[in-house]
Write a protein that binds this ligand. Structure first.
Ligand code: AMP
Length: 113
């Protein structure tokens, strides 16, 4: 269950995180293994295991996560940044609680691996 992931533990305050933003619907914190000078994760408080578990009832929440991602990027001083959502292990998902990566602060190549 998504609430039992390490991100669920952060949401419940059981383990610390390097928080950069928080509200009633989401939490944003610095990635422990940053892939760029700025690497923040935005996660919903609702325990969705991935984007593929979301449905139309989550439309507002998903929009909110993206707006928070942009807000965090601005807060971190980024004009240019990348948002990434990995869904499933073959796509690189390792923590099964939906999260939006916000990455920037250096030139970013495309396509990703
Ligand atoms: P993904 O591979 O898309 O599932 O992304 C999971 C991300 O969570 C990775 O970038 C990890 O570095 C990050 N991560 C794992 N554990 C922690 C933690 N305790 N604090 C912050 N970030 C973490």
């Amino acid at each position: 269950m998504a609430g039992d992931t390490i991100f669920g533990q952060m949401l419940r305050g059981e383990i610390p995180c390097d928080e950069v933003y928080s509200d009633e619907r989401c939490l944003a914190f610095r990635d422990i293994h940053p892939q760029a000078p700025v690497h923040v994760l935005v996660i919903p408080r609702k325990p969705l295991e991935s984007l593929r578990a979301a449905d139309s009832a989550d439309s507002d929440l998903l929009g909110h996560l993206l707006l928070v991602a942009a807000r965090v990027a601005k807060q971190e001083g980024l004009d240019d940044f990348r948002t990434v959502i990995n869904s499933g292990s073959q796509a690189g998902q390792t923590v099964f609680h939906l999260h939006v990566h916000v990455i920037g602060g250096r030139p970013l190549a495309w396509p990703p691996g």
